[in-house]
Design a protein around this ligand. Structure first.
Ligand code: SF4
Ligand code: SF4
Length: 431
């Protein structure tokens, strides 16, 4: 009875804490400007199913894709087992679904094989990051917390899978001994080989089985509450992120309606533009970005596939689209903490531009969209870069001299070059 009360208390506390932190994250995302992404629902559902559920974009790199698939499927399927743990924990039963007979044996056997796959995949991921030191994981933006975060997640998953397998190994031995409460249920294709590592006395086995059971479920609750602080948030946000992703062709820029109206009025004197809303051109800080940009930032897995294909990064420029996403999330978290501490509207004197994203970074971007194409969960770093550039040009008139000259030429000559439109065909007159 005591353990049931303790279990219920831990469950309620874990869910309440997660809901509290999730609400804060949603509040932060809502700081962004409104953008309508309710169009084409059928296409949006399809995109979400293909990209988030089907992981189709992961398969551009087949080996990590298969390993990631093990972790992903293992995480989803093994958590079905959590349902049984929850019921057992609340009602004091043991293997409540054991009565399903061969179906139950099949499920537990599959969970064990998946747990082993997850264990192996996480070990390989740890080796790739810490021993082989893959270039993609050695960038400057991954130093410190992001590196530790990735390692903590992988180690936790290994520990959780180990606890699950050890729990089953002890349970199988107790079942074979005919121990009270340990009904005969489940098939143990992996953990049966761990039985030799465990003691043979019933009392010790019960201690090990219970310890692993508690570790497994408390570990899952701890992991749940770690998500809001981690890049692993993508396991939840990948779904809305792909649903609300931009469906327009890549390379199509979002025009500002107020500017479009001004141009229309210039070309057509009979057109009267509606009163322009007061506001900022482009993005100086996170609340000038759209809520989709901000959700992108929380969804980024920091995998670096975008940076690995970025021509600016590949040619030694400072720009890394992964860092753009990480900077946006870091700044948004800071703004959120300021709201918690000082209330809405507090100005800490900082901004996304300069304090996080450097001008050298944004002007290195070629707007090629390789990053958005490569992202396995349809994140759009270019949208943020474009908005920050818009701010620099339209609010501050600050752009590298080559770009300022080009903008001046477009304004004066109708082309990016310094020649008058009247001279445009001079080349054709030469002998
Ligand atoms: S759009 Fe910009 S950030 Fe993205 S890959 Fe191209 S150059 Fe890099
Ligand atoms: S933006 Fe996409 S590709 Fe780039 S690091 Fe984040 S998840 Fe990976």
């Amino acid at each position: 009875m005591v353990s049931q009360i303790l279990f219920i208390a831990i469950t309620v506390a874990a869910i309440a804490l997660f809901s509290f932190n999730l609400k804060k994250v949603i509040r932060n995302i809502r700081l962004g400007k409104d953008v309508n992404r309710s169009d084409q629902p059928a296409k949006r559902w399809l995109t979400m199913i293909k990209i988030a559920l089907g992981q189709t974009k992961m398969f551009f790199r087949p080996v990590p894709a298969v390993l990631h698939l093990f972790v992903y499927v293992g995480f989803v399927i093994i958590n079905l087992e959590v349902l049984e743990i929850m019921i057992d924990g609340i009602f004091g039963t043991h293997r409540i679904f054991g009565g399903l007979g061969s179906v139950y044996n099949f499920l537990i056997g599959s969970f064990e094989l998946l747990a082993l796959s997850v264990w192996v995949a996480c070990a390989i991921f740890l080796i790739r990051r810490n021993v082989i030191k893959l270039k993609r994981f050695m960038a400057r933006e991954l130093k410190g917390w992001p590196k530790s975060d990735a390692n903590y997640i992988l180690i936790t998953e290994i520990l959780l899978m180990s606890a699950f397998l050890l729990m089953n190994a002890a349970d199988a031995k107790l079942q074979a001994m005919g121990a009270h409460h340990y009904i005969t249920a489940g098939a143990f294709p992996v953990s049966q080989y761990l039985g030799g590592l465990l003691p043979d006395t019933e009392s010790s086995l019960i201690v090990i089985e219970r310890a692993c059971w508690w570790f497994h479920i408390v570990g899952i609750f701890a992991f749940l509450n770690y998500l809001p602080y981690s890049k692993h948030f993508h396991i939840l946000f990948a779904f809305p992120n792909t649903y609300f992703a931009n469906l327009e062709p890549k390379g199509e820029f979002t025009n500002m309606q107020s500017v479009t109206n001004e141009v229309k009025a210039m070309l057509d004197p009979s057109f009267t533009p509606p009163e322009a809303e007061a506001g900022r051109f482009g993005a100086k800080d996170v609340n000038d970005l759209s809520w989709v940009n901000l959700m992108n930032a929380y969804t980024c897995t920091e995998c670096g596939r975008c940076t690995a294909v970025c021509p600016a990064n590949l040619t030694g420029k400072l720009l890394s689209p992964r860092k753009i996403m990480m900077d946006t999330r870091d700044r948004l978290e800071e703004v959120g903490k300021n709201i918690d501490k000082h209330g809405v509207g507090f100005d800490d004197g900082k901004a996304l531009i300069d304090d996080y994203i450097l001008r050298e970074e944004i002007w290195a971007c070629t707007s090629c969209n390789a990053c958005t194409q490569a992202c396995p969960i349809n994140i759009d770093p270019l949208a943020i870069i474009t908005e920050v550039r818009r701010y620099a040009v339209m609010e501050e008139s600050q752009a590298p001299s080559s770009i300022s000259a080009m903008l001046g030429n477009i304004e004066n000559n109708g082309a990016p070059w310094k020649y008058s439109p009247a001279d445009r065909f001079n080349w054709a007159k030469q002998d």
